[in-house]
Design a protein around this ligand. Structure first.
Ligand code: CA
Length: 692
């Protein structure tokens, strides 16, 4: 009886699979579908390689703008578009999704998840998302405050919505969902915020019903563990880690392996960063800063590889996980490639989880090498700053961040947007008792200061890396550190946009620069390519964004209101004329001579300004993500200032209401601090900043 029933269920499952998920996965995984951009990294491999070759090393010099879409209501644009059945889908500011005709930009639909209405206490940087996922006629998006939403790809009508972060939790989503085999997966960020325990969740792609959840760090043993994997992980923690939450949040780096029906998750750093606080007697702290392989059907653990055991430097492993078959010691081997923040390039056997090799693609002072047999890093003396301050590179920006790495199977090279930066870590001025008394307060529990010497004369580079020999093939030095992700093609090309607003194409074999377009605004999104009616297009979103765009290089001059955010689409016979961008702009602080600055109020305002600096810039020098407050007319008047800061009239533009945090007196204090900064900066610099 049981035997028959089981067989029947089995037959139904097979039939259901053939009817939907299997064929859909073939569509996304099928490397012979050359025309479209079906998933975040084009296909499930996440290679960001396109087999299209009409645009190649000889024709690329003819590349011109075919059509463009001005996006005046957007600010930061960091997402990778999708192209499915002739429609280009992209997500912009405040998680608004547009579907446009991929041949001319004509709007088909727009979906607004109304983030401003849903956001409660999760605030800074809440405007941007890195992408979308397509599956079975649906587009999946994730919103900043934690919803995973399915909309009909044809109409843009919402089909379902699931809240993936409990209300009140200080977590948020900037990553693209990952749809595969009938499910859709999403994680979240927030390792540094209040006592968060990171996790990923998979939902049924059709219904939005929760399928499974995998926690990245173990909870309180007294509550029992969810799985043997959590029990194993708990052995690698010490002290009362669960009170701190542990972190490990997976905010980026989800790859589905169609060949092996396995899911790989890149996990985050620990919270707080200082391991002495988080896990006071040491320990590797699984599954922080790791690649974890999961069974996609039920989320059960398969294997893991930890890139940074006992992390002390914010070296999360949330960067792309790229799949390929490489010739390793004469044998075709299914591998995954990963270049996390810690500066080593990893090649891992994805069938077994076994370490193959790792070499530094940037300077690494925290570890001298990765043991070639065990895959365990040799941590440098005092790298964990136990006995005095120490110079560490990579910095917390990482040697590589979320800006996409690509891999070209023809050249055999990976193209990595690389950061060369250093910071001094120290326990000085860290009050360990305050974390003991209030473990859930969150934060980093370490002091950082700028390093006097940098690892290179340039802070950014594009480099081509050979994963088999683990050697750099070529490098292009870049002046700025926050450059965009890469695309590589069968036309032997690599495309990349840069922080200083240029869109470049290079010879993928040699690194020779072949073509440049000046977009006139910092580029933070990765380009894509697709072909419709015999014409190859290259598409790119232009809109300076990501964490560094709020706090980074003030000399770039990308202004919140002045520079047009755009979707640019190129082809070999393009003849569109794009209106020119204004030159880099440096706002002039407004000095109100009538305003009497009260020093005590200004001091108080300076302390409160910590709430604002992530977007309006440290030292109040804004960098394009938000207006420069010294030059804004709004803080000149208490009434207009109140409307924006505590009444939320600009919520739709990404300025949250601080109604619960700030009193009327706080508002006044902030006004005095803003006027003081405007006054001081006007005095010292005549209101002009030095350009680049
Ligand atoms: Ca982090």
């Amino acid at each position: 009886m049981h035997f028959k029933l089981d067989n029947l269920v089995f037959v139904i499952l097979i039939a259901a699979c053939l009817g939907c998920s299997q064929s859909q996965d073939d569509l996304i995984a099928n490397e012979t579908n050359t025309a479209e951009w079906l998933a975040y990294g084009r296909t499930h491999s996440e290679q960001r390689f396109s087999p299209l070759d009409d645009i190649d090393t000889t024709t690329v010099s003819q590349l011109k703008v075919d059509w463009y879409l001005d996006l005046p209501n957007d600010v930061a644009l960091v997402s990778t578009p999708l192209v499915v059945d002739g429609v280009l889908y992209f997500t912009g500011t405040m998680n608004r999704v547009r579907a446009v005709d991929a041949t001319n930009g004509k709007m088909i639909w727009e979906f607004d998840p109304e983030v401003a209405k849903h956001v409660k206490d999760r605030k800074p940087g809440w405007t941007q998302s890195r992408g979308l996922s397509y599956y079975n006629g649906k587009i999946f998006l994730a919103t900043w405050e934690g919803r995973l939403i399915a909309v009909d790809a044809k109409t843009g009508k919402q089909l379902w919505s699931a809240l993936t972060i409990e209300s009140g939790k200080k977590m948020s989503i900037t990553g693209a969902p990952k749809a595969f085999a009938g499910k859709v997966l999403i994680g979240n960020g927030g390792s540094e915020a209040t006592a968060n325990r990171g996790y990923v969740t998979a939902y049924d792609a059709e219904t939005g019903k929760l399928a499974w959840r995998f926690y990245i760090v173990p909870g309180n043993p007294a509550d029992g563990f969810e799985s043997d994997a959590m029990k194993m992980a708990a052995e690698t923690w010490t002290g009362e880690w669960w009170k701190y939450g542990g972190g490990g949040n997976a905010w980026h780096g989800f790859t589905y392996d169609h060949e092996l029906h396995t899911l790989y998750i890149g996990t985050g750093n620990g919270g707080p960063w200082n391991p002495k606080v988080r896990s006071e007697h040491g320990g590797d702290n699984l599954f922080l800063s790791s690649i974890v392989a999961l069974n996609p059907d039920d989320g059960s653990y398969k294997w893991h590889y930890q890139t940074t055991p006992g992390d002390a430097w914010d070296y999360n492993s949330n960067m792309d996980i790229v799949l390929a078959t490489l010739n390793i010691k004469g044998k075709a081997t299914k591998v995954l490639m990963h270049a996390p923040k810690n500066g080593f390039f990893y090649v891992i056997n994805r069938e077994t989880g076994k370490f193959i090799s790792a070499k530094p693609f940037a300077e690494t002072t925290w570890a001298t090498e990765i043991d070639s047999v065990t895959g365990i890093p040799k941590i440098a003396v005092n790298a964990r700053y136990d006995s005095g301050s120490t110079y560490i590179t990579p910095s917390p920006h990482g040697a590589h961040s979320w800006h996409a790495m690509s891999f070209n199977p023809s050249t055999g090279l990976a193209y990595i947007p690389t950061i060369h930066d250093a910071v001094v870590y120290t326990n000085d001025n860290v009050d360990f008792n305050s974390w003991k008394e209030n473990p859930s307060k969150g934060g980093i529990a370490v002091s950082l200061r700028g390093a006097d010497n940098m690892p290179r004369p340039y802070t950014g580079s594009l480099q081509a890396w050979n994963p088999v020999t683990q050697k750099q093939e070529w490098i292009v030095p870049l002046k700025e550190l926050w450059n965009a992700g890469t695309l590589t093609t069968a036309g032997s090309l690599v495309f990349q946009g840069t922080a200083d607003g240029k869109f470049h194409a290079y010879n993928a074999y040699t690194g020779k620069l072949l073509w440049t377009f000046d977009a006139g605004l910092g580029i933070s999104a990765a380009p894509i390519t697709y072909k419709i009616n015999g014409k190859q297009y290259v598409a790119l979103l232009v809109g300076w964004g990501g964490a560094f765009a709020g706090v980074g290089n003030k000399s770039l001059g990308w202004e919140y209101n002045k520079h047009m955010r755009r979707l640019l689409v190129f082809s070999l016979d393009g003849n569109a004329t794009v209106p020119p961008q204004p030159p880099p702009y440096y706002p002039k602080p407004y000095v109100d001579k009538e305003f009497k600055i009260d020093p005590a109020l200004a001091d108080k305002g300076q302390r409160l300004y910590g709430n604002c600096s992530g977007c309006h810039g440290p030292g109040m020098v804004a960098m394009g993500m938000a207006p420069d407050l010294r030059a804004s007319p709004i803080p000149l008047n208490i009434e207009s200032f109140r409307q924006v800061v505590t009444q939320g009239v600009k919520a739709n533009m990404g300025m949250p209401s601080f109604n619960e945090e700030l009193t009327e007196d706080d508002l006044l204090a902030l006004m005095h601090f803003i006027r003081k900064r405007a006054h001081d900066d006007a005095d010292t610099s005549s209101g002009e900043r030095v350009g680049h």
